[in-house]
Ligand binder design. Structure first.
Ligand SMILES: Cc1cc2nc3c(=O)[nH]c(=O)nc-3n(C[C@H](O)[C@H](O)[C@H](O)COP(=O)(O)OP(=O)(O)OC[C@H]3O[C@@H](n4cnc5c(N)ncnc54)[C@H](O)[C@@H]3O)c2cc1C
Ligand code: FES
Length: 312
């Protein structure tokens, strides 16, 4: 029977058991969110040879070199020596600058990191409130902004979102390494962009639009946003209309979620060179696949991010 050695303990483990379950089952402080390999909240470190490749899928070269792995994607196949992530040691401290309610259930959080953080607007980063509570959120601000901005939907039974919506200004929280493929790539300067978001999926999508326009993108950006039942219109409607006035190449469709199905039926793309980026709930992202395919967009030109919560 394989053994997981961690913090001076030796845990006998049934072969094939998920490392995250082993660590959390033993009461150790390991955070998790999506449990599907997307969010990086479950990182631990190990130099052992018995780590399957799946446990390092999507990690950066520096993270791999340092031995990080996704414990939710690591079936235990042999003896493992594990070091737990300590947000205070391994993360970047950031001060809460402000919290503003943009709608009754959506809060804008601005954090000022104490060290420079390299990111592309639209990528996501893990926020740790402490060593047992963390979730990934998309970066809504641009690189030159004085803070990192996040748009957090506050769920009535959500453990993290309720907690973060009540933090005091000045509190320190810790950040992981920005990651993810929702970002503007300068290779797309000659490609029309189709940007699709629902709810707080607008956070990364509007960041990509603003970054593309700042980079001089001209072939046309079409941005669709479907706002939730609970919101009274698009929560960034005014700012987006101002952006459109400054950049006529931006076309906006800001609709209520009840129009989503009908809108998707008549979705069309400006050209076969269009690149589509989408963000929102897993159901929303799934719902887009067929209409985008039917509109003639090849799969390699569709980049999406599902805000998986780890709960069905
Ligand atoms: C790559 C990525 C980027 C993301 N970016 C964003 C972003 O920019 N903005 C954003 O708002 N979110 C984002 N998310 C989602 C975010 O990480 C959290 O998953 C989300 O905020 C929910 O966290 P929570 O702690 O509030 O809810 P959790 O406690 O994790 O619960 C998850 C869901 O289950 C529901 N729930 C909890 N308890 C119960 C119960 N007993 N019965 C029934 N339902 C229950 C909650 O209401 C919630 O909807 C992103 C996720 C990923 C993977
Ligand atoms: S990547 Fe492991 S919990 Fe999300």
């Amino acid at each position: 029977m394989p053994e997981v050695r961690v913090r001076g303990r030796a845990l006998p483990v049934e072969a094939g058991k998920c490392l995250l379950d082993v660590l959390q089952g033993a009461g150790l402080p390991v955070t998790s969110s999506c449990r599907a390999g997307h969010c990086q909240t479950c990182l631990v470190r190990s130099d052992s040879c018995a780590i399957p490749a799946s446990a390092r899928h999507g990690l950066g070269a520096a993270q791999r070199k340092q031995g990080w792995l996704l414990s939710c994607q690591c079936p235990v196949q042999g003896d493992l020596d594990i070091q737990l992530l300590d947000p205070a040691r391994d993360g970047t401290p950031a001060t809460v600058h402000s919290l503003d309610w943009l709608t009754p259930s959506l809060v804008r959080l601005r954090l000022v990191p104490q060290r420079a953080v390299r990111f592309a607007p639209g990528q996501h980063v893990t926020l740790w409130l402490d060593d047992r509570l963390a979730r990934p959120y998309s970066i809504a601000s641009l690189s030159g902004d004085p803070w990192l901005e996040f748009h957090v939907r506050v769920h009535s039974q959500g453990i993290f979102s309720r907690e973060i919506s009540r933090v005091d200004v000045g509190r320190i929280i810790h950040l992981g390494i920005p990651t993810g493929h929702i970002r503007f790539d300068t290779q797309w300067l000659e490609h029309p962009l189709l940007l699709l978001s629902r709810g707080s999926g607008l956070a990364p999508i509007q960041a990509v639009a603003r970054e593309a326009l700042n980079q001089g993108h001209a072939p046309g950006i079409t941005l669709w946003h479907w706002h939730s039942d609970t919101d009274d219109g698009c929560y960034l409607g005014e700012a987006l209309l101002e952006l459109q006035q400054a950049h006529p190449s931006l076309t906006l469709h800001l609709h209520h979620a009840k129009q989503l199905a009908a809108d998707l039926q008549r979705l069309h793309i400006a050209s076969r060179r269009t690149v589509a980026l989408a963000a929102g709930s897993p159901t929303f992202v799934e719902q887009l696949r067929r209409p985008l395919f039917m509109a003639g967009l090849p799969g390699r030109q569709i980049i999406d991010e599902a805000f998986a919560t780890g709960r069905a």
